[in-house]
Write a new protein. Structure first.
Length: 289
């Protein structure tokens, strides 16, 4: 099951890494990219390696530097031996970058005795203008692909925009389009979509609204940049008791193999049944964690 919440943790901060051990986040992203300066990356790689060896309750992912950058090779050389659950791949121009990652990581898995293709990948698939135009390349999923996520900050810089958001915090039209395209590309690839971060970590109400809209729209989880955001995100992507009760009634309405059914005066067909089964499966998986 893909995590509901991914919490970014700067990999050069021993204090923040240690604090993250107690986070309720489903996954931690040990960040070697934007939150770590170039001069601190050698130290950060060592800290990540040791952190991965200690393992914890949460899934452990690592955001490496972009494929082809001077730091990319050093990043994967440092972390693959410790078998993270996955790698976050920033700024790929297309799905082709993931084939490069697959070849590089496969060789290192063999070298270090890591189970073949244990390490998954999650690209931030919209951070360049070229990347947005190639989203449908993920329709034929690259090896290791676990999900797709998107980002607005780097894209806004790439296109020369002053901001990606309206004064009220809503994304401007361009980024709403990109968000939708990422969601569709993920579903075409048969993988989950992860909502981008809510940058104002003090805005709990705005975060809750964004997370619940993302869940409504079909995203399976969301990025977090501050520990205080995690519980709000987890709640938004967890079926409520009312959700489970209704889904149970929907499934029951189709008992006997009916193609259509009625419930509370409304007609239901197979998409309703599929969604109800998804809610029940997700609830059961979360309770079994």
């Amino acid at each position: 099951m893909i995590p509901r919440s991914f919490l970014f943790v700067p990999a050069d901060s021993e204090r923040k890494l240690e604090k993250a051990r107690s986070s309720p986040s489903d996954a931690l992203i040990l960040d070697l990219e934007d939150s770590v300066t170039a001069e601190n990356r050698p130290k950060a790689r060592g800290l990540v390696r040791e952190y991965l060896k200690s393992r914890g309750r949460a899934a452990l992912w690592v955001r490496v530097n972009p494929v082809g950058s001077p730091d990319y090779r050093a990043d994967i050389d440092a972390v693959v031996a410790a078998a993270p659950d996955g790698l976050i791949i920033p700024k790929p121009d297309s799905a082709l970058a993931l084939h490069v990652v697959d070849a590089d990581v496969s060789a290192l898995e063999v070298k270090h005795g890591v189970t073949e293709r244990h390490i998954k990948v999650l690209p931030v698939a919209t951070e360049t203008a070229t990347a947005v135009t190639t989203l449908m390349e993920y329709r034929n999923p690259p090896p290791r692909l676990a999900a797709l996520t998107w980002g607005a900050e780097d894209l806004s810089a790439a296109v020369g925009a002053a901001t990606s958001r309206e004064p009220d915090g809503e994304f401007v039209f361009t980024y709403k389009v990109v968000r939708s395209l990422c969601l569709i590309a993920a579903k075409a690839a048969g993988v989950d979509a992860i909502e981008t971060l809510h940058a104002d970590f003090r805005d709990a109400k705005g975060l809750e609204r964004a997370a619940r809209l993302a869940q409504r729209d079909g995203f399976s989880g969301m990025m977090a940049i501050h520990p205080d955001q995690v519980e709000i995100i987890n709640a938004a992507f967890t079926p409520t008791d009312a959700d489970v009760a209704y889904a149970t009634r929907v499934v029951a309405a189709f008992a006997g193999g009916a193609g259509v059914a009625s419930l509370d005066g409304k007609m239901l067909d197979q998409p309703h049944l599929k969604q109800a089964k998804h809610v029940l499966a997700l609830s059961a998986a979360l309770k079994g964690k």
